[in-house]
Design a protein around this ligand. Structure first.
Ligand SMILES: *Cc1c(COP(=O)(O)O)cnc(C)c1O
Length: 472
């Protein structure tokens, strides 16, 4: 951007924003089955947007200056605690920040007895735990999951705990296959070892209770389960709030205090932070507060019924398409499925206007596609199934993505740090993945096929380079 010499009008700016967004995936309508959560009720999203704007300039930095923040946060956190077994919470910017705070509180609660402090984390748990461990100087002890159900195995968890373990993790559900870990058993083994247990209900916390009310068989998973010491619940997922809204709950108020941070070690204003961020807009808090109020209990129950019905129909419809298979038996409205060429299928679906989220093979779980079924999915579930069937057939006719011979071996052995971004982009273009400005959307099946053939550390190095090229 060239900073304009003189200011421009709001009409002009909004027109430009609209132009900038023209190639974005749509955030409403249900054809994007990841990242966005649509109730299908415009008035709910409007209430959120207006309350968000109303709170936009309010700064959560100093709760004594803006008591509205304290009151709103108490109400939002209170609603989450009421639904999920009580506790003492913090409103955060998202699942990652909720998890970061839960890990920090656990680390500061249990100075490890010896060795490097560690987290015991099933392989299906969200990378936010790896990120928290990375930022907070902890080691991750990955634990295998059951190869058929994809649920974490409490015996394997018990075996991985040692004197340095500061936190054990269970997911309700884990995102990749939408299955709920045996929370009661995992919390029991953690508790027997004297270690806190975090339930990652980022995606499920504000979903499972409504599915249960709509008739789903949902086992106990929240803070009411003995041994569970903290829980994360994202309101910007199945709470349908605008992004920037999550809650972390602690059973013990002393543990919440260990999530907080205060500093008097400078001559400036006093720092008391409940979150990682310090100056922080109250917009997301206002948006979440308004969404909860605009939907109410009935609204969430209705959405729960619709998601439950749509997920059942989707699982059954996918199973009936030749060559495709749903992974595991998800209790939730997250559905993953595999087939002969999932990445090719995703590209074909995208050509037909639908986004299905590719997931790479990992820890014995095959490459697959992930669908997050939301309130709005039901109205389009037959259309979605039709697109999946057509896309599977089209991918079969096209054949797998062409990856030139030797590319995977080349990438495995390559010293990425020795290349600058421009050289990397040229190299990628030479193997058919053109990331250069103006090249448009690369054929993602080729990108995913290359990534899928690499070990995790090489995938990570490539992804970081990709991001750097994207922003250069
Ligand atoms: C989405 C998600 C997270 C991370 O949340 P962000 O809001 O994207 O930071 C963590 N755990 C699970 C299970 C999730 O689905």
């Amino acid at each position: 951007m060239n900073l304009p010499d003189t200011g421009r009008t709001v009409e002009e700016l909004l027109a430009e924003v609209a132009a900038l967004k023209q190639h974005d995936l749509p955030v409403r309508g249900g054809q994007v089955t990841a990242y966005v959560y649509d109730t299908g009720r415009a008035e709910v999203h409007e209430a959120a947007a207006r309350a968000y704007a109303e709170m936009l300039e309010v700064n959560c930095l100093d709760p004594t200056a803006f008591p509205s923040v304290v009151e709103m946060e108490k109400q939002v956190v209170g609603a989450v605690a009421d639904l999920l077994g009580g506790g003492h919470g913090v409103f955060t910017s998202g699942g990652t920040e909720s998890i970061m705070l839960a890990v920090k509180a656990a680390r500061d609660s249990l100075p490890s007895a010896g060795g490097r402090p560690n987290l015991v984390v099933p392989v299906t748990a969200h990378p936010a735990f790896h990120k928290a461990a990375h930022y907070l100087g902890l080691e991750v002890r990955p634990v295998a999951v059951d190869p058929v159900t994809y649920r974490a195995d409490p015996r394997a968890v018990a075996a991985a705990i040692d004197g340095g373990t500061v936190l054990v993790v269970a997911s309700a559900p884990s995102y990749p296959q939408g299955v709920i870990d045996p929370v009661g058993e995992i919390a029991a083994v953690a508790s027997a070892a004297g270690v806190p247990c975090h339930v990652d209900a980022c995606v499920g916390g504000w979903l499972l209770p409504w599915l249960r009310e709509a008739g789903a068989d949902v086992p106990p998973f929240d803070l009411s389960v003995p041994g569970v010491t903290s829980l994360s619940c994202d309101l910007h997922k199945f709470g349908y709030a605008p992004k920037g809204a999550s809650v972390v709950l602690f059973a013990d108020p002393a543990m919440r205090r260990r999530a907080y941070f205060a500093s008097a070690a400078w001559p400036g204003y006093t720092i008391i932070n409940a979150t990682v961020q310090s100056s922080r807009s109250a917009g997301p808090l206002g948006g979440a507060w308004a969404t909860l109020q605009a939907l109410g209990r009935d609204g969430y129950v209705e959405l729960g019924k619709a998601t439950l019905e749509a997920s059942a129909r989707l699982r059954e419809g996918i199973a009936a398409i030749p060559g495709l298979r749903v992974l595991g038996a998800p209790e939730t409205s997250l559905v993953s499925f595999t087939g002969p060429d999932p990445f090719g299928l995703a590209d074909e679906a995208r050509r037909r206007g639908w986004f299905l989220q590719p997931q790479l093979s990992y820890a014995g779980i095959p490459a697959n596609l992930h669908v997050t079924v939301t309130g709005v999915t039901l109205t389009g579930v037959e259309a979605l199934l039709k697109v999946i069937a057509e896309s599977a057939e089209a991918a079969r006719r096209r054949g797998p993505a062409e990856v030139p011979d030797g590319v995977v071996e080349l990438v495995k052995g390559m010293d990425l740090d020795a290349l600058d971004d421009a050289t990397f982009a040229e190299l990628a273009a030479s193997v058919g993945v053109d990331l250069r400005p103006g090249a448009g959307q690369p054929e993602m099946a080729a990108v995913n096929t290359i990534l899928d053939a690499l070990p995790a550390d090489r995938r990570e190095a490539l992804l970081i380079r990709f991001l750097s090229v994207l922003y250069s």
